[in-house]
Design a binder for this molecule. Structure first.
Ligand code: ATP
Length: 412
């Protein structure tokens, strides 16, 4: 079966795996390809996510790969892991990963629930046991005559075939509550089911979500929002009551469901669609918990402001729309445009496609040539001209000039 699994790889991928295995063998390190790559291969969705686990020092293997084939290496000395970027010269570029993760097999113990584990070097069997679910606990051996042999000590293959997400032991969620979110992500990504005994372990771990660091929990939410079916994953988390324990403002209901029907491409756009109906105070409080990036936070505040005033956009003149929206991140305006209706929607769309680009023909230099002394007046005149264009009051350079003359008469 496993031979067949690797047989579905391209010649260049097989060649790459053989070369990695040969280098590892030269150092005396047994080597396996593990995790998501094997899972997706079994599911007939080959990926380029090459995670290699070896019983030995991954950094030494990385160094010998670089000295033989070139490319670049980044290392994480504490965990004895390395990332090798083979570069384009060593192998044919098609169907090959841009980097390969090299991991020294290790075992983990958890001193406290929800904390980061204590790690020490171990065997591939140890490495498999520290994983989240049986579906991620499959490994394919790459050593010599065993090349292609599947190691399935924890029943991962059966679970994959039966469509089940199953933890490896009853303390799994307590050790690491991020796995609660990962379970829902895999379940909905593959249209699987969380296995009943695994499901029954959720309530005990739910209160420990509060102990997860901002960075870890946000990372999991980012991964979820980056999935094509983020909608069903969040709905599932809502059903399992796993959102409120993160923060009371994180909810999932029919309104959010409707908003997620809009097709967007990135996790950040989904954050905006999800949270734009929160008040600024709620966003500030949520940010205490999740520590958003500065740019996402700015967009969240902006989309909340636009959302709160959405109906007002219906009656605004183009110049007023521009005045209100100027300076707001475009992704915030786009997100609001997606959910707005009628005239408000048209106005937001027009702002994005046309109005924000409109500028008067006259420049600061022209004003100087007209003998107007530089100062705040310039800004005033230029804004007035832009607004006149936006609202259809002028449509030529001559008309602009007339407007400037009038302005100068009015203001002396
Ligand atoms: P994806 O297709 O989502 O990238 P992946 O399996 O490659 O899936 P990663 O998040 O890249 O997922 O993790 C790599 C591997 O590390 C997983 O296959 C899993 O075995 C393991 N892993 C990741 N997070 C955890 C965790 N919290 N607990 C245990 N193992 C984990």
């Amino acid at each position: 079966m496993a031979q067949n699994l690797l047989a579905s790889l391209s010649d260049s991928q097989l060649d790459l795996l053989h070369r990695l295995a040969d280098e590892s063998a030269a150092l005396g390190f047994p080597i396996y390809i593990v995790g998501g790559f094997v899972r997706d291969l079994v599911l007939g969705r080959p990926s380029l996510d090459f995670d290699l686990v070896l019983e030995g020092d991954a950094i030494s293997l990385g160094r010998s790969l670089v000295s033989k084939f070139g490319g670049k290496l980044t290392v994480h000395t504490k965990f004895k892991t390395a990332k090798w970027f083979p570069g384009l010269s060593a192998f044919r570029p098609s169907n090959l990963p841009t980097f390969i993760d090299l991991i020294s097999a290790r075992s983990e113990t958890y001193k406290h629930p929800a904390a980061l584990p204590t790690v020490k070097l171990g065997t591939v069997a140890d490495d498999i046991r520290r994983r989240d679910f049986t579906l991620n606990a499959l490994a394919i051996c790459l050593d010599g005559e065993y090349f292609g042999e599947l190691r399935d000590e924890l029943g991962g293959l059966d679970d994959l075939q039966n469509g089940l997400v199953r933890v490896l032991h009853p303390r799994s969620f307590v050790d690491d509550p991020t796995r609660l979110f990962r379970a829902a992500r895999y379940e909905k990504r593959y249209d699987f089911k969380i296995e009943p005994q695994t499901l029954a372990l959720i309530p005990e771990a739910r209160p420990l979500i509060a102990k997860l660091s901002a960075q870890r929990i946000r990372h999991e939410l980012d991964l979820i929002l980056g999935e094509p079916n983020a909608l069903s994953i969040l709905a599932r988390l809502g059903d399992l009551d796993l959102l409120k324990p993160i923060h009371p403002s994180l909810t999932w209901d029919v309104t959010t469901w409707a908003r997620f029907q809009h097709k967007v491409n990135s996790a950040n756009e989904r954050w905006l669609l999800w949270l734009m109906s929160l008040t600024e105070t709620e966003i500030a409080s949520l940010n205490q918990r999740l520590k958003f990036t500065a740019s996402l936070l700015k967009s969240l505040y902006a989309s909340s402001k636009i959302f709160a005033a959405l109906s007002a956009f219906e009656d605004l003149k183009p110049s007023q729309c521009v005045e209100r929206l100027n300076g707001f991140p475009l992704n915030a305006v786009s997100a609001a445009a997606l959910i707005a209706q009628g005239k408000s929607r048209q106005n937001l769309e027009k702002y994005l496609s046309e109005w924000r680009h409109i500028k008067p023909k006259t420049t600061g230099d022209d004003l100087k040539n007209l003998g107007i002394a530089p100062g705040p007046k310039y800004q005033e005149i230029l804004s007035r001209l832009r607004n006149a264009w936006l609202d259809g009051e002028v449509d030529s350079e001559n008309e602009e000039k007339r407007l400037i003359e009038n302005f100068l008469k009015e203001t002396g």
